[in-house]
Write a protein that binds this ligand. Structure first.
Ligand code: NAP
Length: 535
């Protein structure tokens, strides 16, 4: 363990687990945000490089620290070439940081490249103020040799080493976390992987030895790719409670950024006081996912597009329905360490239907012949329903019909046939999908409509059903049901379905509001210049 400096000792008593990045173009804007954030999280990073006039802003920020003595502040003025927004010289950066150091800030962040470019003694001038020093390094392209970066930093003997590579895949998180575990007794390291694939490191990094992690003040104010909002990190991921005993679960897919599974499953774990955390695992390759599973004690996975089929070959055993469907959306690591597969999409479709009707002999129309349609068709057939399939590509529909003992149907015949239920298992109606509806009002000759699409809450098909007073089931119900069954497979406890449903509906409404406000601001969006962001 290195000999702690006075600054390091001070830090031990002042730094929290989460540091919230505060941005703004004026001191007033920053202080307004900081004053809100500080009530919940007193550890703040002021991104001085976002300010129009950083030097002029410092007296006001000094006043903020005088008024908020419990607040701990990091001053960062990252230059453009290092991924920040500051366009001034290195000398100007140092002038700003020196002034910040005597104006109430407790820590200053100097990029490794800046430190290396400084003349001898200049960094010492900054340290003589008594401020603690972070030397940071950001790699926006990849996760390379982290030991080499550390070796470059070590001569500056900073109080904290901040090492922020980009995760190109899930395994890069393992590289960073293994590095931090090795260095735990050597130095105070802050380690985070940027990017969608780096979320694991943002949540589990503390457990691997990171001194703290960074968060955005609110969604939309991220200062680095993949950064999570403070409230989400604290309330959804319960980062304060993640410890060595916390079980890790996740949803693997590509893309996974807007998945609602993390908010739903973490809410369920919290509600049932299960010491577990559920992460978004962005990955393009099943091999990458398997490597992560080998390296980390992941207890269970939700598997989503496009990996539901490919994962099957890597499981010890699957349930009979998964084998028939050829797809699995749930993986459990059992006590023997082996991976077992289940398909809860089937239960997500069949459960809601059985609440409303008996499926034996029921006449069902399934639109689509992809993964969700296969779950619907095999699930319905398993319950004795008479199933008809309508799909854009007739061959695929015929193949599925043959495999499952169902029939295909032509579009023209739909209006003339009476169904007990029509199920949409295509993406038509999904937010952002422009394709024309498959069915019109006159085609809904059915007692029930089930749209598996869950975003938006009211799809065009559901609207049609509502207009014709046909009872309907929304995709949200399937989403919650498939998740609830996963929860039960993993924990052996009944899932808090109502709470899961509440949080999913709330999130979908929030997403819809955000999309509406974004589209109303569309012309302004193109006016700004795009810049790289660093964590
Ligand atoms: P998939 O495997 O890609 O299958 C998509 C199906 O939709 C295919 O049969 C495809 O027909 C058809 N299709 C796609 N675009 C079309 C278009 N423009 N016009 C007509 N048909 C079109 O996808 P999936 O996994 O089955 O998912 C389908 C939808 O189900 C998703 O978009 C999602 O909204 C919903 N889903 C919901 C849940 C939930 O929990 N609520 C779970 C899973 C899926 P071709 O064979 O001609 O390509």
């Amino acid at each position: 363990m290195p000999t702690p400096t006075a600054a390091t000792q001070l830090l031990r008593t002042r730094i929290g687990k989460v540091c919230v990045a505060i941005t703004g173009t004026t001191a007033v804007e920053m202080i307004e945000k900081a004053s809100t954030v500080v009530k919940e999280t007193p550890f703040l990073e002021f991104r001085l490089d976002y300010l129009d006039k950083p030097l002029n802003a410092i007296p006001k920020l000094k006043q903020f620290f005088a008024d908020n003595t419990a607040a701990t502040g990091i001053a960062t003025c990252r230059r453009e070439e290092n991924g920040g927004k500051f366009t001034g010289t290195l000398a100007a950066e140092m002038e700003i940081l020196c002034k910040a150091a005597v104006s109430g800030f407790h820590i200053v962040d100097v990029e490794l490249e800046s430190a290396e470019a400084l003349k001898k003694g200049e960094l010492q001038k900054l340290r003589d103020t008594g401020v603690a020093l972070i030397i940071s390094h950001h790699d926006f392209t990849a996760t390379k040799d982290l030991d080499k970066i550390y070796e470059r930093m070590a001569p500056f003997q900073p109080d904290l080493y901040k090492i922020v590579p980009t995760a190109k895949n899930l395994s890069d998180n393992v590289t960073l976390m293994r590095f931090m575990e090795r260095m735990r007794d050597e130095a105070n390291i802050i380690g985070i992987c940027m990017g969608d694939a780096g979320i694991i490191s943002r949540v589990l990094g503390l457990r691997a030895g990171s001194a703290f992690t960074f968060a955005a003040a609110t969604p939309g104010e991220e200062t680095g790719p993949g950064q999570i909002a403070a409230r989400t990190l604290i309330e959804t991921y319960r980062i304060d409670q993640v410890d060595a005993a916390t079980k890790v679960y996740g949803v693997a897919g590509n893309p996974i950024r807007s998945s609602l599974s993390p908010i739903m499953m973490n809410t369920a774990f919290r509600r049932e006081t299960v010491n577990a955390v559920y992460l978004a695992l962005q990955t393009a390759k099943v091999s990458d996912l398997l490597k992560l599973v080998q390296e980390m004690p992941i207890q269970g996975l939700s598997v989503t597009m496009p990996h539901k089929q490919e994962i099957m070959a890597h499981l010890e055993k699957t349930d009979p329905l998964s084998a028939k469907i050829g797809a699995c959306n749930t993986v459990l690591r059992a006590q023997d360490g082996k991976l077992y597969g289940f398909n809860t999409d089937v239960a997500g479709i069949i459960g809601p239907l059985e609440k409303r009707m008996s499926l034996r002999g029921a006449k069902a129309l399934v639109l689509g012949a992809g993964g969700a349609a296969r779950a619907a068709v095999f699930g319905l057939r398993d319950k004795g329903a008479d199933v008809f399939i309508l799909n854009r590509t007739a061959d695929t529909a015929q193949k599925l019909a043959r495999q499952s003992g169902s029939k295909t149907i032509k579009k023209e015949a739909v209006a003339k046939t009476e169904f007990d239920v029509i199920i949409n298992a295509t993406p038509i109606g999904m937010a952002g999908q422009k394709a024309a509806p498959l069915l019109e009002g006159k085609d809904l000759n059915t007692k029930l409509v089930f749209d598996l699409v869950y975003n938006p809450l009211e799809t065009p098909l559901i609207r049609l059903a509502r207009q014709q007073s046909i009872p309907f089931i929304t995709g949200v119900e399937m989403f919650v049901q498939q998740g609830a069954r996963q929860f039960e497979i993993w924990t052996g406890k009944p899932a808090p379905e109502e709470e899961m449903l509440r949080v999913v509906i709330h999130s979908l409404r929030q997403q819809a509001e955000a999309a509406a406000s974004e589209s109303s601001q569309e012309p302004d969006k193109t006016a700004g210049t795009k810049r790289k962001k660093a964590s």
